[in-house]
Write a protein that binds this ligand. Structure first.
Ligand code: ZN
Length: 217
């Protein structure tokens, strides 16, 4: 399904380096909004029709909202790399701005899924077999699925019951699919990735509740 890609001159560019602080991204996002919109209307996805889009979702409840192919590495996981981690993020952006950033080819980062705060709606931005650049650590990127949650680490009101439930169901499905244990050793926060300077999902993320929900509790 993947179209052949020209190898990047810097194949690990942006991969080992944590993605920029979200506050700087916010400023950048505001500045680059027009260019992102122009890129989208420029027909980046002209080769993909509705049927392709419909077929591209790995999780039945998700809506396909493809990231720019410049923001991840095409792969054939789990054949090329085992998948044994789920990495939990918080966006520090609105849902819509997060999707727009992932579609911006200059962003150099994205995650597989984004979960919306208000209703738990899920967009899928990168196929699970591809390596999304979300952890700021190439090894962790290669063997993980990244899930972003709309919200801000210092404001727990964003972490709604709908969002917890929807995300936990997604993570449970991923764990079942790849044989990943549903525990804190394998479902980790971005903050726990070696080398990161990110703090998400932060102290307001209810890990006990989340792991219980992932286990069907
Ligand atoms: Zn993160």
């Amino acid at each position: 399904m993947e179209r052949p890609r020209t190898p990047r001159t810097d194949p690990h560019g942006g991969l080992a380096v944590p993605h920029p602080d979200r506050r700087s991204l916010l400023r950048g996002g505001l500045a680059m909004g027009a260019s992102a919109a122009a890129a989208l209307t420029g027909g980046l996805w002209a080769g993909s029709g509705p049927a392709d889009a419909a077929a591209a979702v790995d999780y039945p409840g998700a809506t396909w909202a493809p990231a720019s192919t410049a923001n991840y590495t095409a792969a054939n996981r789990p054949t090329t790399y085992p998948i044994n981690l789920v990495v939990i993020h918080v966006t520090q952006e609105t849902f819509a701005d997060t999707i727009a950033l992932f579609q911006d080819p200059s962003h150099a980062a994205c995650a597989h899924y984004v979960v919306r705060s208000a209703d738990g709606h899920i967009d899928q931005c990168v196929r699970e077999h591809d390596v999304a650049w979300h952890a700021g650590n190439w090894d962790y990127n290669t063997r993980s699925i990244g899930i972003e949650h709309e919200g801000y680490v210092d404001d727990p009101s964003w972490f709604t019951t709908d969002m917890y439930h929807a995300s936990a169901a997604l993570t449970a499905e991923i764990c079942d699919k790849y044989g990943i244990p549903k525990d804190r050793e394998h479902i980790i926060g971005h903050v726990e990735v070696p080398g990161t300077d990110h703090t998400d999902p932060g102290p307001n993320w209810d890990w006990v509740r989340y792991i219980r929900d992932v286990n069907g509790g």
